[in-house]
Write a protein that binds this ligand. Structure first.
Ligand code: SF4
Ligand code: SF4
Length: 87
């Protein structure tokens, strides 16, 4: 399981600095940051520490198990961002 970034993300990257395993991307120093719709969490690396969710000003980060139905597609959207990057 993992944490998931959802629709209300405003790309301020506050969460990037607190993640202990650097699994939130794109970061402000990566090429895709300027054009991305939102940031994403790599579910293969996330250690479920909750640090990102505590600092997000818009409550965009949820535990995957606790996603409401309307936001459930974001689990696949987050994972898909990294799958595409590795392809
Ligand atoms: S802290 Fe929240 S709003 Fe900011 S980039 Fe992270 S998920 Fe998006
Ligand atoms: S829950 Fe922890 S490990 Fe997972 S993305 Fe958030 S800060 Fe990183």
């Amino acid at each position: 399981m993992s944490y998931v970034i959802t629709q209300s993300c405003c790309n301020d990257a506050i969460c990037v600095a607190v993640c202990p395993v650097d699994c939130i991307h794109p970061t402000p120093d990566e090429p895709g940051y300027a054009t991305t719709d939102q940031l994403y969490i790599d579910p293969t690396l996330c250690v479920d520490c909750n640090a990102c969710a505590e600092v997000c000003p818009v409550s965009a980060i949820r535990r995957e198990q606790e996603l409401p139905d309307a936001l459930r597609p974001y689990a696949g959207i987050n994972a898909g961002y990294f799958a595409a990057a590795r392809a």
